[in-house]
Design a protein around this ligand. Structure first.
Ligand code: GLY
Length: 365
């Protein structure tokens, strides 16, 4: 088992927490969080997980077996539920379950459900404690850490939300066993991103051999290093005034591609869109003179080796892509603010780039 500390620099230090990483760790939940001090516990779970062996084991553990104190709330983990209706549904479920300010909400699922239910918990009664139990690779190395909570507003992704930190993040590698292979691979995109923006040596661990879903030992090392990188960045800049913006590398172009793909026969998973977005933004970094063609080739090769897409399967209207990128909430005064690679292993942020350069960069995919 590994432990990574997320240090949040509030005055009391009371918002800092541990990320627990291991195989079968959910069985020892109370070792990481003492539920006896809570008045009640609500388990918000993605419906798709109800038949998983690890979930059944969790339900028979002392912490979660049927009792007056434990309430179960099942919800779809789809991105389409991450909206005002989904939020209102959860608030009403919390109210019907009799949650109070000493309750704990334990959230099991992927990024969409962690964002939605975390936001619901952090606003219910002005904030009920919550724990994230991410069950996809992507959410284990990204969405579960750092306290960004949000819902979508119409077509605008994560437009309404807040920063509120969980009490703990518990990553059980057993939850990855039944993850669809395509989703597993998509999660590797955020791992590659951590190497690209923060740690050249870490990137080299991904250059030659694909990550395998059943290679628990390697996964443990990789997930731990990604959690360390994400928590170091968040510890230095919780509210994204500077350094945390580098975590958005690949996401400006990636979100536009993800959104455009929904209207085609080739809808992209988030991680797949981020793979293509990172390649576009690597190319921008080259076109403005930060990095070399060899660096671009290396980034393409790492993504390919990990089974991530590097070519678009559909054509895009660049004007439409530009309109979507302009609507991104990271922008200021109608200017797209890019997070780009200064070199492999180091990113910078708030870079403005000519539209013609951006359009040219899209040719790389
Ligand atoms: N997903 C990027 C961040 O947490 O800042």
């Amino acid at each position: 088992m590994r432990k990574v500390r997320v240090n949040i620099k509030d005055k009391s230090g009371g918002n800092s927490y541990d990320i627990i990483i291991g195989s079968g760790v959910l069985k020892s939940f109370s070792q990481f969080y003492d539920t006896s001090k809570c008045s009640s516990v609500a388990l918000v779970v993605d419906k798709a997980l109800l038949n998983q062996e690890w979930y059944k084991t969790l339900l028979s553990s002392n912490d979660f077996k049927q009792s007056q104190k434990v309430k179960f709330i099942e919800i779809s983990g789809a991105e389409s539920v991450k909206n005002v209706d989904g939020l209102s549904y959860l608030w009403h479920e919390f109210q019907k379950s009799g949650l109070d300010r000493k309750s704990l909400v334990v959230i099991l699922g992927g990024g969409a459900i962690l964002d939605l239910a975390g936001f619901a918990a952090s606003t219910y009664m002005r904030g009920v404690a919550f724990i994230h139990v991410p069950t996809t690779l992507l959410s284990q190395v990204d969405a579960s850490i750092g306290g960004k909570l949000a819902i979508n507003l119409g077509e605008f992704k994560n437009l309404v939300g807040s920063f509120a930190q969980p009490k703990a993040v518990i990553i059980d590698l057993e939850t990855l066993v039944a993850l669809p292979y395509r989703e597993f691979v998509a999660g590797i995109a955020e791992i590659v991103k951590h190497g690209l923006i923060y740690d050249r040596k870490y990137l080299s661990l991904l250059e030659k051999t694909p990550l395998k879903q059943n290679d628990q030992e390697r996964l443990m090392d990789i997930i731990t290093r990604s959690c360390e990188i994400k928590s170091e960045v968040v510890s230095l800049d919780e509210t994204e005034d500077g350094l945390r913006k580098t975590l958005n590398f690949g996401h400006t172009a990636g979100h536009a591609l993800e959104s455009l793909s929904k209207k085609t026969n080739y809808p992209l998973l988030h991680g797949e869109a981020i793979s293509l977005g990172m390649l576009v933004e690597t190319e921008i970094s080259k076109l403005i003179g930060f990095i070399s063609q060899d660096d671009v080739n290396l980034v393409r090769s790492v993504l390919q080796i990990q089974g991530l897409p590097v070519k678009l399967e559909f054509s895009i209207d660049l004007k439409e892509a530009h309109r979507i990128m302009l609507s991104d909430k990271k922008n200021v005064a109608s200017k797209i603010k890019w997070s780009l690679l200064e070199k492999l292993g180091k990113a910078t942020f708030d870079v403005e780039v000519e539209t013609s350069v951006v359009e040219k960069a899209f040719e790389v995919i």
